[in-house]
Each structure stands twice: as C-alpha cells, then as structure tokens.
Ligand binder design. Structure first.
Ligand SMILES: C[S@@+](CC[C@H](N)C(=O)[O-])C[C@H]1O[C@@H](n2cnc3c(N)ncnc32)[C@H](O)[C@@H]1O
Length: 515
C-alpha cells in the first residue's frame, strides 16, 4: 500500500513526543494536488474526556506532533479519568486506527472522491476513527456515524460535519473486505496487494519479503504480516541478581528467554517489582539479543563492556545485571541527552557503579581504541521488527529513510570494531530484519579495511543462542547470524550477529565461521 501521505505531520513540541533529534517546527500548509496551498484551520479545541475523545487526541498527536501512541495514551487515559471499560475502548480505537491508517486513508479517498491533501486535518483524523469503528469494531453503523459526527462537533469542526457524515455513510455501505476488493481492483503487484490486505506500506511488505526469502522462508510472509497486526502480550524480564521469576508464574515463562515471563496483569507498572525497576518490561527478542552477548562465553572478572546506543536502557539494564554477576563493568552510551537520562533511570536499581555517557557513538573507535571486551551495538533502525508494539510505526518511516540509517549503522559498526579489544566480542543488533540494515551492513563493514585489519570474524550466533534458550529456536540459514520473527518465535524481529576480533593471545577462542 502506498503511503498516501508521508508519515505524520511536521514535528512541534508535544507530550510524549519522539526523542529523536530533528524537529522541524510549526505546521505549514501542505500543497494540494494542484500545487495550491490548502489552508489548515486554526487548531481546534481539545477532544472531550471520553473514550472516543481520548482516541482522537492520540491519533491527532501522532499525525501532527510525531507523538508515540504507547507513551501518550496512558497519560491521556489518566487525564480523562476513564474507567477500565472506556480505557479499553480508547486503546482499541487509537491503536487500531493508527495501525490501519494507510488502509483507512485509501478507503476515505475512494469514498469521498477527494485526495487526502484536500481534506481538513481534523476531519481526516475523525474520519479515520469512524472508519475503524465501522469496518473493524462491529460498532453498529448508526452509532459509529452518530458518535463520530458528534465528536467532530465537540472539537469545533462544525463546518466539516456534513462532509464527515456523508463520507462515513458511504464507508458504511461496504464491509472492510468489500472495500479491500475495491482497492485491489486497481492493483496487480503482489506486494502491493498484500499491503492493502494487511494494512502495511508496500515498501515494508517488499522489505519483509526479501528478509524472509534471504533465509529461504518467503512463504511465511502472509503469516508474518498477520502477526504484525496483533498486539503482543506484555513480556517481563527479571534482572539477574536483583529479581527472580515468581515461582507462582513458572507456567507463564517465555518459550525461549530463560529470564522472561508474561506479565500477569494488563498494567505491569502496578507490580512493585516493576515499579522498583528490578523487573522490566522487555520483549523476548531483546532479552535474547542481550544474552547472546553476555552468555557467549564465561565472563572474566574485570572485563569492560560497552552498550554503544543504549537509550532508553532496556538492554543496558540486562547487560549491567549480567556484567555485575560476572565481575565485569559496563559503560552505557547514548547520543540523545533525554534518552541518556532514561538509561540512568533504567540502571539506577543496579547501583551507581555504571558510567553513562552522552556522546556520538561514531567517535568511540577514536576515544577508546581497543578498550572493550564486549560491545553491544543495538543500532538505530527503521524498527520494522517491532510493528506489533508500535501501532503507528509502519506509516512513520519511509523507504527513503533506509539508506541514511544503513550508512549510520555502518559507521557505528566500524567505530565499535575500533573500540573492541583483541579477542573481544561485538553484537550487532537491530530491531529490523531489513536486509539493507542487517546482513548488508555486516557484509559491507566486514569487507572494509578496518575490519580486515582487525581480523574481525562472524561468530556462529545461532550456536551461541542454542546454549542460552529454554526451547530450541527454529532458525533459517543466515551465514552465522540469527533473525528472530514474531510469527515464528513470538518476540520482535531482532537481528543478531555476533562478531569476534582476532585475539593476539587466542585467550578465548570461539567457533567462528570462515569468511
Ligand atoms: C534501537 S535504539 C537502542 C535501544 C536500547 N538498546 C534498548 O534496548 O533500550 C538506538 C538508540 O541509538 C541512539 N543513537 C542514534 N544515533 C546514535 C549515535 N550516533 N551514537 C549513539 N547513539 C545513537 C538513539 O537515540 C536510540 O536511543
């Protein structure tokens, strides 16, 4: 499915906004299809303190302010003092609308006969919410249309109510399957068709297809895309040394990670262990990525470890716990100061002996050459492996983001190699399975002068993880790397490649794969 309009509006200051650098200021009028600017009306009033009002607030903030729904929604629910039934409704409305936004936009264009750039931004957000109620939530049509039109009045969009009413009535004339068939009639490309059927951008479908085909599992694509549309259960990690999996939750343990278990409550923050930071919310794939590095070989007391891109600190907390247990020390680095603050908070329950730095990871090869025994490079990426947990994410990144991210990933990997002690271990990790961000980055960097001079080799990461996991992982063939998948393993699609720098003293030889 094409991105009918680029991911999200321009950034401005807003609650629960993304911590990435690069906000661009006030909202500008966007050009219409004819090239003439379409004036956006002044921002209207805050939506009412109802389930639909809260959902609209979140959908609006995501579209205009690049807010993160998972951060903003709990705040908006608390502020509106919603009871649990209304909180559930607001969550389904907001997450469902955001996840399927591209599909709803295409249906709205078809039903209204107007391009998105000719629809007022408030009216569009209201229409998206209405479309979700009509097509995916089994809300009776009269209620969905009536409540949605009422919502548009409540935010002061009086002039748009006739238009909203008419478009929603037209949408209500067909089921979602019938609308999908209408859209499919314009499309012959297989990935574009799958994109429409599963509400993904077409470029994402193509990237996921090539990632699966890379391991000879292309036939799994429809199952993967379906898995992306189901919110996962919340997974917790008990940090070694300061927490244990409660014995009464033995049956809730994760399939693969030895430290994980499913949260027994929908509100993990209410658990005192989670509130104290000894137990953390963490996807199973992320747990395995950290453990692949910490458990690849026994820890020697005095080892120096580095988490190069640590914010917000989930893997850093697990690595720190593992380091402390083995007598090693960890340095956690993060370039964005606000995210470095989150890393400090995540590490606080583990004592105050962990250094947190705020510097550009690309400089570490020069500032700390050959210093670290183990380095985690959990690189900034498109996040295509975590689409289940971040409903808006698939519409936010674009294909054009990939080359610059891949270039940054390669620079960070080269710097990390420079900071690796001879014989040291490095985990290159992304929460994206995109070949351009994973195997291609590793291939390119390993073929370069710096990695060749340092004698960097791939480590059989699947073999390492086989000794870590509780239940064997069903993995494809990937030249020594591990690619996890939501549909196959239940966690995010983390890519993990362990690398080893050749040791001058050959103190800790590992089974390495020939280049
Ligand atoms: C995928 S996230 C890391 C997630 C983290 N490991 C965790 O488990 O919580 C990548 C992080 O890299 C940071 N980052 C981006 N560019 C960086 C750079 N040049 N140097 C260091 N960190 C960078 C981002 O701000 C982001 O916090």
């Amino acid at each position: 499915m094409k991105n009918v309009r680029g991911g999200g509006g321009p950034r401005s200051g807003g609650a629960a906004r993304g911590g990435e650098p690069g906000g661009s200021g006030a909202q500008k009028p966007s050009p219409s299809r004819t090239g003439a600017p379409v004036e956006r009306p002044a921002r209207r009033s805050r939506p009412p303190a109802t389930a639909r009002g809260v959902a609209l607030e979140v959908v609006r903030a995501v579209a205009r302010d690049d807010a993160y729904a998972n951060l903003l929604l709990p705040v908006a629910i608390r502020r509106a003092r919603l009871g649990s039934a209304d909180a559930g409704l607001a969550t389904e409305l907001a997450y469902g609308t955001l996840r399927r936004r591209g599909l709803y936009d295409a249906i709205i264009v078809e039903a209204s006969g107007r391009g998105l750039d000719r629809i007022d931004a408030d009216a569009l957000d209201v229409l998206r919410l209405g479309a979700h109620q009509l097509l995916a939530m089994r809300v009776p049509a009269h209620a969905a249309v009536g409540e949605t039109v009422e919502l548009s009045r409540a935010i002061g969009a009086h002039r748009a109510t006739g238009f909203i009413n008419a478009v929603l009535r037209r949408i209500a004339q067909r089921s979602e399957r019938e609308w999908v068939d209408v859209l499919l009639a314009h499309e012959t490309d297989p990935d574009a068709r799958l994109a429409i059927e599963t509400a993904h951008p077409a470029w994402v479908v193509s990237a996921l297809r090539s990632a699966l085909e890379r391991e000879g599992r292309g036939g799994e694509l429809p199952v993967l895309l379906a898995a992306d549309n189901v919110s996962p259960r919340v997974t917790l990690v008990a940090l070694p040394g300061i927490a244990d999996i409660p014995p009464e939750l033995e049956t809730a343990r994760t399939r693969h990670s030895p430290l994980g278990y499913l949260s027994p409550s929908g509100d993990p923050a209410a658990d005192p262990e989670v509130a104290a930071g000894r137990v953390r919310v963490q996807d199973e794939g992320s747990q395995l990525a950290a453990l692949a590095l910490s458990r690849a070989r026994p820890v020697a007391a005095g080892e120096h470890w580095l988490d190069l891109c640590a914010g917000p600190g989930g893997k850093a907390a697990l690595l720190a716990a593992e380091a402390i247990a083995g007598g090693a020390t960890l340095v956690a680095n993060e370039v964005v100061p606000a995210r470095a603050e989150l890393v400090r908070k995540a590490l606080a329950p583990l004592g105050d002996g962990i250094e947190v730095r705020t510097s550009d990871g690309r400089t570490v090869g020069a500032t700390d050459p050959g210093r670290f025994d183990r380095i985690l490079l959990d690189a900034p990426c498109t996040g295509l492996g975590a689409l289940r947990r971040r409903p808006e994410a698939r519409w936010r990144k674009t294909e054009a983001d990939v080359p610059s991210l891949a270039a940054l990933q390669a620079e960070l990997l080269e710097a990390a190699i420079g900071a690796l002690r001879p014989g040291g271990l490095l985990a290159y990790v992304t929460c994206s399975p995109h070949p351009a961000e994973t195997t291609e980055v590793v291939d390119r960097v390993l073929a370069g002068d710096a990695a060749t001079a340092a004698g960097v080799r791939r480590v059989d990461t699947a073999g390492v993880l086989a000794d870590v996991v509780r239940e064997a992982l069903d993995l494809g063939e990937l030249d020594g790397a591990v690619q996890l998948w939501p549909h196959r393993h239940g966690g995010d699609a983390m890519f993990i490649q362990l690398l080893e720098r050749s040791a001058t003293d050959e103190a800790h030889p590992l089974d390495t794969l020939p280049e």
